[in-house]
Design a protein around this ligand. Structure first.
Ligand code: UT7
Length: 332
């Protein structure tokens, strides 16, 4: 029987209009453009403003454009998986809100929460439904409105994160293109270093939790940084070795955009030069589940059929992993 793989047949993205620059952050907390640029590589990030707009607002924009680009009717979608850490509501799943909004009446959907690794976990999961032959069109969307859980008085976190969403279409392929391998990992002991203290079932919202500012991202940055450098570099090297790929064989590294120094360390470990590394952290910051599809969106015109991509991420949980993807189409 011919092997079916899940090819990425289109990509799209959306970032909100408002741009929060390092200069503006200088007026909000004790920081400066030079510190932010040298420590993280970030210059600006986009922020979703407006009453009542959540992650689904950005995801819907990305998916609607994806449908247009891939000439797909909403009714044709079989499944939509949404990776997010900032769902519109605790329930129902943001995926359900997206499918309703775009009119994907024949699709079911659910969310995957794996913090900054959410998109690769969702992509690997969506690919399985294609590989089994069960579904023909699976949309994987990753997005986060990080500004909804960021403390803009905490200079250690507010400089890093931004809002945005990106989406890909997965379809069956029998010529060997698409998601060819994945390594996904998790270690819950890492939860201590990166989490949100209140708002979950362990500590529901109260006046006290709000006053104690416990509904924001809590991060022990230096510890997370150390684990991220090792985790992302190790897993990227591992997936290359396991697929007999040398640095020459790799066309692109598609790294989660958390800190340029983590990205540089991963590329160095893979022996891949900067010209092969997708980078847009300078303009979006860390959009959590959005970073990887936003990279693919920004670089789509430079991708060619047959390009070997190593996609890797590290995030809260801890969660991390890498995917080996053979790109399925030339620039259109
Ligand atoms: O995507 C999910 C996973 N998250 C990550 O991968 C993030 C990983 N961590 C990081 O990217 C980095 O740890 C940060 C960017 C968060 C922080 O960079 P760092 O080089 O680890 O800085 P640090 O926390 O060790 O702080 C160094 C100094 C401190 O001052 P002292 O104690 O040396 O006087 C901080 O108070 O820098 C100070 N600092 C700042 N200074 C100016 C911390 N934040 C700022 C700031 N502006 N925004």
């Amino acid at each position: 029987m011919t092997k079916i793989t899940a090819a990425i047949t289109g990509v799209s993205g959306y970032v909100p209009d408002y741009i929060l620059t390092n200069k503006e952050l200088e007026t909000m907390v004790d920081t400066n453009d030079e510190w932010i640029t040298t420590r993280t590589g970030i210059k600006e990030r986009h922020i979703l403003k407006g009453e009542g707009l959540g992650t689904s607002y950005m995801a819907v924009k990305a998916v609607q454009d994806l449908l247009k680009k891939t000439n797909t009717k909403a009714e044709e979608i079989d499944l939509l998986i949404c990776a997010t850490t900032t769902p519109d509501m605790v329930f129902p799943a943001t995926a359900n809100l997206i499918t309703a909004e775009i009119g994907a009446v024949n699709s079911f959907g659910y969310d995957i929460q794996a913090a900054c690794s959410g998109f690769i976990f969702a992509l690997a999961t969506g690919a399985q439904f294609i590989e089994t032959g069960k579904y023909k069109k699976v949309v994987v969307v990753g997005g986060d409105k990080m500004s909804s859980i960021i403390d803009y008085t905490d200079r250690a976190t507010c400089i890093i994160f931004g809002d945005g969403a990106g989406a890909v279409m997965l379809e069956p392929n029998t010529e060997g293109y698409g998601v060819l391998d994945s390594i996904l990992k998790a270690d819950g002991t890492g939860a201590a270093y990166l989490h949100q203290k209140a708002g979950g079932s362990r500590k529901p919202a109260t006046i006290e939790t709000v006053q104690a500012r416990e509904h924001y991202v809590y991060q022990e940055g230096t510890t997370v940084f150390k684990f991220a450098v090792k985790g992302m570099a190790d897993v990227s090297a591992e997936i290359m070795e396991r697929n007999n790929l040398t640095a020459d064989d790799v066309a692109w590294l598609v790294p989660h955009q958390a800190n340029k120094r983590i990205i540089d360390a991963t590329a160095a470990r893979m022996n891949v030069g900067p010209e092969k590394v997708m980078l847009n952290i300078q303009k979006y910051g860390n959009t959590t589940s959005g970073t990887i599809p936003l990279c693919l969106w920004d670089y789509e015109n430079q991708l060619h059929k047959g390009d070997n991509l190593i996609i890797s991420a590290f995030g809260g949980g801890f969660t991390w992993g890498a995917l080996y993807v053979k790109w399925a189409y030339d620039p259109k």
